[in-house]
Design a protein around this ligand. Sequence first.
Ligand code: SAH
Length: 223
Amino acid sequence: MSEVLLRQEDREKFIALFLEENAVHNLSAARTSEAVGALVEDSLAVAGLLELREGQSLLDVGTGGGFPGLVLAQAIPGLSVTLLDAVQKKCSAVGRLATALNRTNVQVCCGRAETLAHQEDLREQFDVVVAKAVAALPTLLELTVPFLAREGVLVAYKGPRYEEELLQSRTAQSELGVELTEVHAYTLGQETEPRSLLFFRRTGSLSDRYPRRDGLPKKSPLL
Ligand code: SAH
C-alpha cells in the first residue's frame, strides 16, 4: 500500500534527511534507515484508509520528528498539513525537514495543545487530526478533539492493547462529543503484534472548558 503512496526516491530522500537531522538534534531513537523506514511505513498506515483528499486539512498533535504528519504531507501533496509540538527544538527540526523536502503544504505550530486548541485559527478547524505515541486515550482525546471541525475525524495510532484505554475513555468521549467509528488492526514488516488505528468522529458540541489548562489533561484525565 505505502509503495503506491510514497515513491521509492521520496522515501529514500525522507529517510536520509531525517537521519541527518536526527544525528545533530536527537529527535528520535530511530538511528538506522530500517528504523526510520519503519516509522515512515507506520505513518502511512492511515493514508489508504481515510481517503485523504486534496484540499483537506490535517493536524498532527505531538508530531515529534514528523510522524505521522510530515510523512503524510510528503505522500499527499494536496493535503494541507499542520505539525504541532510543545518542544521548540522539535518544531525547528520538522520545519527544516519540511523545507528540505520542498513541502509547501506544511505549517508548524509550536506550543502546547492545551493552549493552542483555544486559539481561534486552530480551534475546530481540521478535517482530520492524527496523533501517535502522545498520551493515553482519555488524555489524548482532550488534547486533540478540540481541534476537529464538526464531523471531523480523529485517528489515534495505538498498539495491540488499546481496549483498556478505550474503556477508560468513555467519559472523555461523551464529554468531548466523539464516537468511536472503527478500529483498524495492521502489522508492520516482520512484527507479529498488531498495531491499531482508532477512528473517532466528532458528533457532539464542544464546551469552551476543553482542553483544560496546561498539564491537567494528563495529571487529571477525564475518567
Ligand atoms: N508522534 C511522534 C512523536 C511521539 S513523542 C512519533 O510517533 O514519533 C510525543 C510528542 O508529543 C513529543 O514530541 C512531545 O513534545 C509532544 N507532546 C506531548 N504532550 C504535548 C502537548 N500537551 N502539546 C503539544 N505537544 C505535546
